[in-house]
Design a protein around this ligand. Structure first.
Ligand code: HEM
Length: 307
């Protein structure tokens, strides 16, 4: 029997929000089918959500009290059916050159481009450019006459490397939320029996000297050279700031983009200086959520004379 828990419910809820966005205009507002879909999703999430207590009272799970497990399976089937239909229609429209330019069209266009040899990794020219400092990179790609825009981020490879390196050294959570082994397995040479609670320790994984030379040093360049292909998407187990697997952070694209734009804008518009010579406040280094020593910085706007 499929095991359903609060995480799957959360995952389903997130998935449904995404699906509602994808099918958006076509199904939700303009179409009778979309209204039915929305209603169905709402009923299911309310129904499933109202019984999540069972996940904390584990001996109640087998009861499937109120039927959330059955409801989840039905919702998954229905979601899949609607998406398949929606995708088929989009493909037909694309063939007939009658695209709506909604999210699904954008994803299909992106998939077409995925066949391009440049799609994976950076081309050699980009790597060379990226060895310059972050502000040089910003001046180069954005210039001084406008603000950083989302479309600039793909060109700011050094900035991306800085963010990866920051997330490696200081993941927002030192420990990932616990997992439970659903069967006997072996991890790193250790035999793990079924039903064992497993917690991934990012502060160790991200500073493993066998994977990361000079692990405690801030070296963004490693992500342009030796670790060029390591991303934060949960595919590379040596770097997991957003977790991995079906419980991976669903806000990953939003969160990452937000950090990239915020940092790029700050570096682009301000000179950064340490506010005082006082030693860093290391008190924040204690605890699970944040290991970064705190210190104050001065932001000095870059004036037009300096542009
Ligand atoms: C830079 C920003 C963020 C970081 C570093 C981050 C990191 C994480 C991590 C490490 C997890 C645990 C993943 C796992 O267990 O494998 C997580 C889970 C989660 N995150 Fe984020 N997150 C960020 C932004 C966001 C945003 C913007 C949202 C919502 C819009 C979000 C919503 C969630 C939710 C709902 C979960 C629980 C997923 C589940 O248990 O199935 N996060 N996040």
């Amino acid at each position: 029997m499929v095991k359903i828990d609060i995480n799957q419910w959360l995952g389903c809820l997130t998935q449904n929000i995404v699906l509602r966005t994808i099918v958006g205009k076509r199904y939700e507002w303009n179409d009778k089918k979309g209204i039915q879909f929305s209603e169905r999703i709402r009923t299911v999430t309310e129904q499933v959500g109202s019984f999540y207590l069972r996940d904390y009272v584990s001996f109640l799970r087998w009861l499937d009290w109120g039927g959330p497990e059955k409801a989840m399976q039905e919702a998954a089937k229905e979601t899949d059916r609607i998406l398949t239909e929606c995708l088929g229609e989009h493909k037909l429209r694309r063939k007939a050159k009658d695209e709506q330019h909604d999210i699904m069209d954008m994803i299909l266009t992106r998939m077409d481009k995925a066949t391009s040899p440049d799609f994976e990794g950076f081309d050699p020219d980009t790597v060379v450019k990226a060895t310059s400092l972050a502000r040089d990179e910003l001046n180069n790609h954005v210039g001084r006459n406008r603000q950083v825009e989302e479309s600039d981020i793909k060109n700011l490879v050094y900035l991306q490397a800085i963010i990866k390196e920051s997330m490696r050294l200081h993941p927002s959570s030192q420990l990932l939320p616990p997992r439970e082994s659903v069967e006997d397995c072996e991890i790193g040479g250790y035999n793990i029996p079924k039903d064992t609670l497993l917690i991934a320790n990012l502060s160790k994984i991200h500073r493993d000297p066998q994977v990361w030379p000079n692990p405690d040093e801030f070296q963004p360049e490693r992500f342009l050279t030796s670790h060029q292909n390591v991303d934060v998407m949960g595919n590379h187990y040596e770097l997991l700031p957003f977790g991995s697997g079906r419980r991976r952070c669903p806000g990953i694209f939003f969160g990452l983009r937000l950090v990239q734009i915020a940092l790029a804008t700050i570096i682009h518009r301000f000179e950064l200086e340490k506010a005082s010579d006082e030693p860093d406040d290391k008190s924040a280094a204690v605890g699970l959520r944040n290991s970064i020593p705190q210190f104050k910085i001065l932001l000095k706007p870059i004036t037009s004379a300096e542009k």
